[in-house]
Write a protein that binds this ligand. Structure first.
Ligand code: 2RA
Length: 346
């Protein structure tokens, strides 16, 4: 069986990766629509050896579509996801619009695949930093429940989109040429600099990105009171986020056992060579499906604590790959290409 698929936000950094992954992973597609804002309509993108013209999203373009992979931002998703669902599609949404909606499952296939079955038309893809941390911590949490997480992120330009990546390149070049470029996409210069994540600040002093890590991790892990605190930072890396994570359990967690669990878990790769101080780096994580985890060590300040470090491709596992894996999960369970009522009663 094959499916009628649409990518909404096809021309963005995540949209183009979705397109590449659907082709690479040979997702069963009978018809593929590339949808975007009217501004991007008319351009064409390659899908294997075919060129597909991007269309402006409209109710007509959603007719007959089985699956919408949406990555066009929250305000677009809020308008078009319900319309796509009303037209009979399942929407896997990469924006933050529906993530904390109790009727919308928030899914990382390595962690809570069963949640995908509970959808009412929309399945949310978590925030990139949450997914990367989640796949690394879940195998440990299965053996000894996590009590508290303290995380600091090192987030690449790709998390702010293709135009931010382009700005980092041109800004770096301009600075090397002795110029002082004015940032247009990101709020502050990123080349040769870094800054705390620029998402809106909450009254408690945390920015939205940090609160996503708190609330989304609780929802995905199914632990509503899990103690998580985060500091999110944008760094001058083109692609792939990194995270320094301190994790506390209710009892000591032997480092050797943690290493074995990470090495055996799906979606993560243990990468450490202590003899040459070689650990995960964004350059090596870029383009890889697995999240790279290393520097697992005993927290010397806390007998029940571990320290670990990871790098993961923000566009892949942090966004597009996770969405495609959710779609593959639906296909494997024969939950795609039926009417919404048939799905929810399956
Ligand atoms: C970032 N929130 O800023 C993005 C990615 N989802 O990196």
């Amino acid at each position: 069986q094959s499916y009628r698929v649409a990518i909404l936000g096809a021309t963005g950094a995540v949209g183009t990766e979705l397109l590449a992954l659907l082709h690479q992973r040979q997702f069963p597609i009978s018809d593929l629509k590339l949808l975007a804002s009217p501004r991007s309509a008319g351009t064409s993108l390659a899908y294997g050896d075919r060129e597909i013209t991007v269309e402006a999203v409209s109710e007509e373009t959603l007719e007959g579509v089985d699956l919408v992979l949406a990555s066009a931002g929250g305000s677009i998703s809020k308008v078009w996801a319900p319309k796509a669902v009303a037209a009979g599609a399942i929407v896997i949404d990469n924006s933050s619009a529906f993530r904390m909606d109790p009727t919308v499952p928030l899914v990382v296939p390595e962690i809570n695949p069963a949640a995908a079955r509970q959808h009412q038309g929309i399945i949310a893809n978590p925030n990139c930093t949450t997914i990367l941390m989640g796949v690394a911590l879940w195998p440990l949490h299965q053996v000894r429940p996590i009590q508290r997480v303290v995380v600091a992120t090192y987030q690449s330009a790709s998390g702010a989109g293709a135009r931010a990546m382009a700005e980092l390149k041109t800004q770096s070049q301009a600075i090397l040429n002795g110029e002082t470029p004015v940032p247009e996409i990101l709020p502050y210069p990123l080349a040769f600099n870094l800054f705390p994540h620029n998402s809106p600040l909450n009254a408690n002093g945390y920015c939205e990105e940090e609160l996503k890590m708190v609330h989304e991790t609780r929802k995905i892990f199914g632990v509503p009171d899990l103690r998580v605190t985060a500091t999110c930072v944008r760094v001058p890396v083109l692609r792939a986020h990194s995270e320094a994570i301190n994790v506390e359990f209710g009892e000591p967690f032997p480092v050797a056992e943690a290493r074995e669990l990470i090495a055996a878990a799906p979606g993560v790769q243990l990468l450490e060579d202590w003899s040459r101080n070689y650990f995960p780096m964004p350059l090596e994580a870029s383009g890889q499906d697995d999240v790279l985890v290393g520097r697992i060590r005993q927290d010397i300040s806390n007998a029940n604590g571990l320290e670990l470090w990871l790098s993961g491709d923000q566009i892949r596992k942090g966004a597009a790959l996770n969405a495609v894996q959710i779609a593959e999960l639906l296909v494997a369970q024969d939950l795609l290409g039926r009417s919404r009522s048939a799905v929810t009663t399956a």
